[in-house]
Design a protein around this ligand. Structure first.
Ligand SMILES: NC(=O)c1ccc[n+]([C@@H]2O[C@H](COP(=O)([O-])OP(=O)(O)OC[C@H]3O[C@@H](n4cnc5c(N)ncnc54)[C@H](OP(=O)(O)O)[C@@H]3O)[C@@H](O)[C@H]2O)c1
Length: 296
């Protein structure tokens, strides 16, 4: 275990990132892990999930990522149960367009009708009048992408959504969406060991769009011997080093590590006191490169 531990609310120590007119601390919390196994059903320990949400906010987390499909509905309900009425600075980001139909099973559904129902469902479960950030979970191959985005634009005009974000997209989708409406965030899988979306992160950086890396801890990827070596040298844990790399990679990154374990939450949030030296950053950056064919 690392000597880097958290003593007081301090996620502000890693700076902030903007989402349109909203400003949040750059280390958030992802709620996909506070559901049952296979992201299905309620968590084994509901009380612990509620405590974790409280703890995250107590330690300065003011960006919480969720989705209607986590559970489904469970993560959104837990957020409301734990934190409503919400602190004024808390930004809840939810998503729709990718349904959970069984343990480990996803189904696309980003039709205008479904997205409209999904937004109303999330508003109810989260007990909000307006969702601060609503993200299209993934483009639906059976629905015109523009039709999905235009639906979100309409909901934004009606005051149900404040800002629109996109997940699991390429540059082409991002630019098509931006022709219709401002996009404040992109959420794709990314870590030191998973660099396919490097070019998209750089593009977000250049255009004032937050980049929210999912699977930020680089689990189940390679490069872990480098991570462990650096962690030993810095007296940190490998997970903290993985997060510190993301925070240093670009001022636009907003990692949202997810956990159902209080010790892990505290360990992850303690990354805010870890500064990654130049050499460690270089070593981790050399673990994986984006495929040349995918560079912008
Ligand atoms: N947009 C999308 O399509 C999409 C897809 C996936 C995820 N997400 C979002 O991104 C968030 C993070 O993604 P993720 O959950 O896939 O990846 P992650 O945060 O990189 O990893 C979570 C996993 O790592 C474990 N873990 C967390 N902290 C740890 C620590 N300090 N030490 C050891 N193990 C630790 C967790 O288990 P324990 O519970 O045991 O700690 C869990 O199994 C999700 O919660 C969700 O909000 C979005």
């Amino acid at each position: 275990m690392s000597t880097l531990t958290i003593g007081a609310p301090q996620t502000a120590a890693v700076g902030t990132v903007t989402l349109g007119d909203l400003v949040v601390n750059r280390l958030g919390y992802g709620t996909m892990r506070i559901t049952g196994r296979g992201i299905w059903g309620p968590p084994e320990n509901r009380l612990e999930a509620v405590r974790i949400l409280h703890r995250a906010v107590d330690f300065g987390v003011n960006f919480i990522d969720t989705a209607d499909s986590y559970g489904p509905h469970i993560a959104e309900e837990l957020i409301a149960e734990a934190l409503h009425p919400y602190p004024a600075d808390l930004v809840i980001a939810t998503k729709g367009g990718w349904e959970r139909v069984g343990p480990g099973k996803w189904t696309h559904n980003a039709s205008p009708k479904h997205l409209e129902e999904a937004v109303h469902g999330s508003l109810n479960r989260l007990r909000l009048d307006c969702i601060p950030l609503y993200q299209l979970h993934i483009p639906d191959p059976a629905v015109a992408f523009e039709a999905s985005i235009e639906t979100l634009v309409r909901l934004k005009e009606q005051g149900k959504i404040r800002h629109i974000g996109l997940c699991n997209i390429s540059m082409d989708y991002l630019e098509r969406a931006r022709r219709l409406t401002p996009i404040v965030s992109v959420q794709n899988r990314y870590s030191f060991a998973d660099r396919e979306w490097d070019y998209l992160l750089d593009h977000c950086d250049q255009n004032g769009i937050a980049f929210i890396p999912w699977a930020p801890l680089g689990q189940a990827r390679h490069g872990h011997e480098v991570l462990e070596h650096i962690a030993r040298e810095l007296d940190a844990t490998p997970k903290q080093v993985a997060l510190a790399w993301l925070l240093r990679r670009s001022p636009s990154t907003l990692p949202i590590p997810g956990t159902s374990n209080m010790e892990h939450l505290e360990e992850n949030l303690a990354t805010t006191v870890l500064e990654l030296p130049d050499d460690a950053f270089r070593q981790l950056s050399a673990v994986e490169h984006p495929p040349i064919s995918l560079r912008g």
